[in-house]
Design a protein around this ligand. Structure first.
Ligand code: FEO
Length: 177
C-alpha cells in the first residue's frame, strides 16, 4: 500500500499534470484565434500527453490501494504576445515540472518506496524529452524571427505532430513504454 506522504505528493502531481494540460489547451486556443492552426495542433497533442501523465499517477495511486484526490485547477493565461513567447512559457513550465518529478523521486527515496521510484524513472526520461521538444520549437521560432512566410512554414511543420496513445495498460505502475 502506498504511504500517505507519497500519495499526497502524487495527488499534487496529478493537479500539476492537469494544470499543464489546461495551460497547453489555452495556448492551442490562442493559436487557433490567431490563425496558427499547426501550432494549435502541436499544443493539443501536448495537452493529450499531459492527460496521459496525469493518468499514470492516477493508476499508480489506485493500484497501490491509495486514494486519488482531485484538486481545483486555476484558469490559465488566455493570450501570449507571440508564438515564441508561448513556447518560452511552455519551456519554463516544463522545467518546473521536471523539478516536481525530482522532488517526487526524493520523497520516494526517503520513504524507501521502490515501486514509486521505478514508476518515476519513466517520468525522469519523459521530462528530458518534454524539455527537448519545446526547446527545438524555440530554436525554430528564433530562426524564423519576424518573417511571416517563415512563420507559416513553421506552423505547417508543427501541425504535423500527432498524438501516439500509450499501449493498453501502460498507465500501470512502472510499465516501460
Ligand atoms: Fe507532464 Fe509536460 O510534463
Amino acid at each position: 500500500m502506498i504511504k500517505k506522504r507519497m500519495q499526497d505528493a502524487m495527488n499534487d502531481q496529478i493537479q500539476h499534470e492537469m494544470a499543464s494540460a489546461y495551460l497547453y489547451l489555452a495556448m492551442a486556443a490562442d493559436f487557433h484565434a490567431k490563425g496558427l492552426d499547426g501550432m494549435a495542433q502541436w499544443m493539443k497533442v501536448q495537452t493529450q500527453e499531459e492527460m496521459v501523465h496525469a493518468m499514470r499517477f492516477f493508476a499508480h495511486i489506485d493500484e497501490r490501494n491509495g486514494r486519488v484526490e482531485l484538486k481545483a485547477l486555476m484558469a490559465p493565461q488566455k493570450e501570449w504576445t507571440s508564438p515564441l513567447a508561448a513556447f518560452e512559457a511552455a519551456y519554463k513550465h516544463e522545467q518546473f515540472i521536471t523539478g516536481r518529478i525530482d522532488e517526487l523521486a526524493k520523497i520516494a527515496r526517503e520513504e524507501n518506496d521502490n515501486a514509486a521510484l521505478m514508476m518515476l524513472q519513466w517520468f525522469v526520461n519523459e521530462q528530458i524529452e518534454e524539455e527537448a521538444n519545446v526547446s527545438k520549437v524555440i530554436d525554430l521560432l528564433k530562426l524564423v524571427g519576424d518573417s511571416g512566410q517563415g512563420l507559416l512554414m513553421a506552423d505547417r511543420e508543427l501541425g504535423a505532430r500527432v498524438f501516439v496513445p500509450p499501449p493498453a495498460g501502460a498507465a500501470a505502475a512502472g510499465t516501460p513504454v
